[in-house]
Design a protein around this ligand. Sequence first.
Ligand SMILES: [Zn+2]
Length: 268
Amino acid sequence: MPELPEVETVAQGLRRTILRKKLKGVEVFLPKTVRHGDLRDLVGRTVRRVDRVGKLMLLRWSGEMTLLWHLKMTGQILLARPAETLVKHTHLRFSFNGLDLRFVDLRQFGYVKLVPTAEAEAQAEFRALGPDALGLDHSEFLERIRGRRGRIKPLLLNQSFIAGIGNIYADESLFRAGIHPLTPASDLSHDQRRRLFGAINDVLTEALSLGGSSISRFCDVHGKLGYFQTRHQVYRRHQEACPACGSVIERFRLGGRGTHFCPQCQKV
Ligand SMILES: [Zn+2]
């Protein structure tokens, strides 16, 4: 699933291409993709701003309308020339002057919701959303982790704790911080908490600078792949040698997700 760096990569692509453009038309090929509102209400409006919180993207339109957009597992937002043939699994098409914005989603879990901007933050998507992982400072992080029970990896995946981290960046951050994924959050020392905060920031920033990780069909608005996956140190590198110590990286399942770690560098 696209995580913070991937969704931000898409948001940046949109900020560079569709801001101030007026929507000429919209086509919905898979109705369930639109969970709320009528996209035809956007025709004639312009995109004013593109925001992102965690994995959720928000297109702010003139006339105070907001389009919430969640890519979920395999959603892709792609720019295309209007004459280009629609690829398979294209569910939405937004037509601007000389430019199309298309939503392609193989697994069909991605969706949009159109709501008045004043109501956007009252939507269910926001109700259980913590602060964005890249907008959080060190003291806020310490404050949020204080008194948390449960193990650290599921906590990192919990979007109400911090928004934007998924399986890839949880594994990579814990490796860099030298913390075993099953460590109870309440057992982390002050030093481990400090290292974890630094690791999360470093991993997300580095991933963003490389256009994200192209896992599960992820690409930017131009169809270009990211390449942070080539820098993954543990994620999907089980049975390979740890880049820090040479031990064999292990994998186990935690809450149905593959969890990757180095048994030497990340001791229980
Ligand atoms: Zn190691």
